[in-house]
Design a protein around this ligand. Structure first.
Ligand code: TRP
Ligand code: SF4
Length: 335
């Protein structure tokens, strides 16, 4: 970790629930941002496996594979264990200890009015989420953050309500027991619009994603069948790149300006066809993902290597967490 003299870089922390292999939405929306932060800050990135159980508690069997897949993806894109602390939440039991203590001082009303909680209870029909653990999701998330005294937490907008709660819980702790934790700041990740092959937001649950693990022929097939401007039914119809997912996501992220210019003109004047347009960007996507996929295959062939990276990261994380817990226990007369 980059530490020079008395310079103490800002500690950054973020995590993801292990939902399996990652797609381009995660790559451009989250991981590229982590890669940048890793250059300048002391970063803690963790696999939120306990958080995954808040919704997957009936089927924990898939967890191991999902953790491996996700960690392999992180490492393959360049999240670097020699710079960043990469670990698994459940290996640091102190998160659970802090969670139980925070749960004493967190008013139920704060949790019940959490918009994410209310929304999920409405929307998720295929499982029972009226549980103690699910209600307490943000309390656990707060403990994940403040146990490392993280100053900055990069997350997507969907996590903003959780971070607001984390700040409130932190303030309440500090008010009751004295200044113990810095208030974590949210860094809202500016993520590009990553659309899937059906034109909706790229998401595993929509079955419209291109994965970091997809080989060239799969990428090509998915992209050739990808939805375009629906008004462009025939080759002779002019199109609007501004509403076409091929342009909005793929050319925007992978093509240089001359190619984009060629697409805009060609599409609007019906000078080029959609297949031609797609074929101009597919090789760029393949070129970007091939080294990632190859690294990933290497990691998956040797899962012990991934586990040992997570273990080593866990040791570093645990040291920091144990140090904080000494202060916490003292503050609560538990020392
Ligand atoms: N709730 C986050 C998500 O679903 C994952 C998460 C758990 C997290 N603990 C965290 C993110 C702490 C940032 C900080 O993506
Ligand atoms: Fe989309 Fe390209 Fe077809 Fe235009 S030419 S509609 S940008 S795929």
């Amino acid at each position: 970790m980059a530490k020079t003299g008395s310079y103490r870089p800002m500690r950054v922390l973020s995590g993801m629930r292990p939902s399996g292999k990652l797609h381009l939405g995660h790559f451009h929306g989250v991981l590229e941002n982590w890669l940048k932060l890793q250059e300048t800050c002391e970063c803690y990135f963790f696999v939120a496996d306990w958080h995954a159980l808040t919704t997957e508690y009936e089927n924990p069997g898939g967890l191991k594979k999902n953790i491996l897949d996700m960690a392999a993806d992180w490492l393959s894109v360049g999240i670097d264990p020699s710079r960043s602390v990469i670990f698994r939440q459940s290996e640091i039991k102190e998160h659970a200890e802090l969670h139980v203590l925070l749960s004493m001082l967190t008013p139920l009303a704060w949790l019940e009015r959490n918009p994410t909680y209310k929304e999920q209870l409405e929307e998720v029909r295929d499982r029972e989420l009226h549980t103690y653990g699910f209600l307490g999701y943000p309390v656990l998330q707060t403990s994940d953050i403040i146990i490392y005294r993280a100053g900055k937490v990069p997350v997507g907008i969907d996590q903003a309500p959780h971070l607001e709660l984390a700040r409130e819980i932190t303030r309440r702790f500090n008010y009751l027991y004295g200044e113990t934790f810095p208030e974590p700041q949210t860094i809202l990740t500016q993520s590009p619009k990553v659309l899937g092959v059906d034109g909706r937001k790229m998401s595993k649950s929509y079955d419209n994603a291109i994965y970091l693990s997809d080989p060239p022929e799969v990428i090509e097939k998915k992209m050739l069948t990808m939805m375009t401007d629906p008004a462009r039914k025939r080759r002779t119809d002019p199109g609007n790149p501004g509403i076409c997912p091929v342009y909005v996501t793929f050319h925007t992220l992978y093509s240089n300006e001359p190619v984009k210019e060629w697409v805009r003109r060609g599409c609007e004047s019906a000078g080029i066809g959609c297949i031609e347009c797609k074929k101009s960007v597919i090789p760029e996507v393949v070129k970007r993902l091939t080294p990632v996929r190859e690294k990933r295959e290497g990691f998956l062939k040797d899962p012990d290597r991934v586990s040992s990276i997570l273990k080593k990261g866990g040791e570093k994380a645990r040291e920091a967490a144990m140090e904080t817990m000494l202060d916490v226990r003292k503050a609560l007369s538990l020392d």
